[in-house]
Write a new protein. Structure first.
Length: 148
């Protein structure tokens, strides 16, 4: 975890959890609420705030946590905060120990048939107003799969 400091904003970094294309995911402690959280820190090479590309990246990077923060669903991570600390852009989210993401369900072998997808969307009219969320913002909840 060489480029991630021990503290970001008000959060104490505990350890690195993983790396993705846009950022590094860390487990952290929120000393105010006394809970473990997840922080996704944007990779520095994309988030240099002094450039036009950096500003564009930052806007896109914050779209997802902004969209998720307005949702309340057991299969979507809660977003507590999103901020910039120096050159570090990060959202602070719910930390789920040993959580699985829906990423594996995004490959072509496991996609639902188009007819079924359209049916699900029509059943849930509120989804029409929901901005895009990546598979890494969702968590698998056995209760949700039981109703499938």
């Amino acid at each position: 975890m060489s480029e991630i400091p021990t503290k970001i904003g008000k959060y104490e970094i505990v350890r690195e959890v993983g790396r993705r294309s846009m950022g590094t995911l860390c487990k952290a402690n929120d000393s105010f609420s006394h809970r473990s959280i997840a922080i996704k820190v944007a990779h520095a090479q994309y988030a240099k705030l002094a450039t036009e590309d950096g500003e564009r990246f930052r806007k896109l990077f914050f779209n997802e946590p902004h969209a998720a923060s307005g949702l309340g669903h057991p299969n979507i991570l809660k977003v507590f905060d999103a901020d910039v600390d120096g050159d570090l852009c990060y959202p602070a989210m719910e930390f789920v120990h040993n959580a699985q993401t829906l990423e594996e369900f995004g490959n072509t072998e496991s996609l639902l048939p188009l007819r079924e997808v359209v049916g699900i969307i029509c059943e849930r009219k509120s989804l029409k107003k929901t901005p895009f969320l990546s598979p890494n913002s969702a968590k698998i909840c056995p209760k949700a799969w039981a109703t499938r």
